[in-house]
Design a protein around this ligand. Structure first.
Ligand SMILES: Nc1ncnc2c1ncn2[C@@H]1O[C@H](COP(=O)(O)OP(=O)(O)OP(=O)(O)O)[C@@H](O)[C@H]1O
Ligand SMILES: [Mg+2]
Length: 257
């Protein structure tokens, strides 16, 4: 196994607010890591630091063993050109899908490939169709987003990220804005990606997904990773009171025996 993402002693503050206080996390090739934590614990901030939508205050991120940025005088310096290149290698899917409403599904999945990766239209189109097939939406290629369900829109957003051939996919609560009956189809798509060996770092409140799909579960609390381990261990046998309280708040979920 090779290390895809390596986060070392990562800190992130917003003014006086210290959100992340020293995160160490390695995601191996083909691994699905689920990040849990209460609202405001810094889960989104951590994902945003991995693709440098937020610049870490301290610490480092490496992708495929390459350190992002250069160290100068004990502080990391980042060049915008380097960060742009990095972002093309990291697929990110958010709660809100942000598809272009005036473009068809296929054009949405082609857009980044053509503008950012400079692929030809025919190559981008063929890759778009491959990824739409992968998420089960090839038949919607010429549809406009307004005519899709929320679950279908989110699967298009996933196809759009996959079409960039990312090294790792980051998912930030991608099912939390969906009607309950649409959540399953998106989780199924994510499970399929995990089974196919995609490397994924997933923030979700879907403990069933964490239990059945994750190779590893992390619990973020007070700026640090408080618990970490296999899903069966962390979700069924939590070691800390905080983790137990968090799980109690999700009591609707019944873990299999
Ligand atoms: N750009 C920003 N400027 C100032 N404060 C911020 C910024 N982004 C996040 N924060 C603060 O950092 C803390 C962590 O926010 P973050 O969005 O990472 O939490 P989260 O775990 O993703 O929460 P949720 O489960 O509600 O999505 C919060 O207190 C938030 O208000
Ligand atoms: Mg968040």
């Amino acid at each position: 196994m090779s290390e895809i993402v390596q986060i070392s002693d990562l800190h992130k503050s917003f003014g006086d607010l210290n959100v992340l206080k020293g995160i160490d996390l390695t995601v191996q090739s083909g691994e699905t890591v689920v990040l849990l934590g209460s609202s405001g614990s810094g889960k989104s901030t951590l994902l945003r630091c991995v693709n440098f939508m937020e610049e870490p205050t301290q610490g480092s991120v490496s992708l495929h063993g390459e350190l992002i940025g250069t160290e100068a005088g004990g502080k990391m310096q980042y060049r915008e050109s380097e960060l742009c290149a990095l972002r093309t290698r990291i697929g990110m899917v958010f709660q809100h899908f942000n598809l272009f409403p005036h473009m068809t599904v296929e054009q949405n999945v082609m857009e980044g490939q053509v503008t950012v990766l400079k692929r030809s239209k025919s190559e981008a189109q063929s890759k778009a169709m491959t990824q739409l097939e992968r998420v089960g939406l090839a038949d919607k290629a010429s549809e406009y987003p307004a005519r899709l369900s929320g679950g279908q829109k989110q699967r298009v957003a996933i196809a759009r990220a996959l079409a960039m051939d990312p090294d790792v996919m980051l998912f930030d609560e991608v099912t939390s804005a969906l009607d309950p009956e649409l959540v399953g189809e998106v989780l199924k798509t994510m499970r399929q990606l995990a089974d196919e060996g995609m490397t994924m770092l997933v923030v979700t409140h879907e403990l069933g997904f964490a239990y059945h799909v994750a190779n590893r579960v992390l619990f973020l609390h007070d700026g640090k990773i408080l618990e970490e381990g296999k899903p069966q261990q962390v979700l069924k046998n939590p070691q800390t009171q905080r983790m137990r309280e968090f799980l109690d708040g999700h009591s609707l979920f019944k873990l299999p025996d």
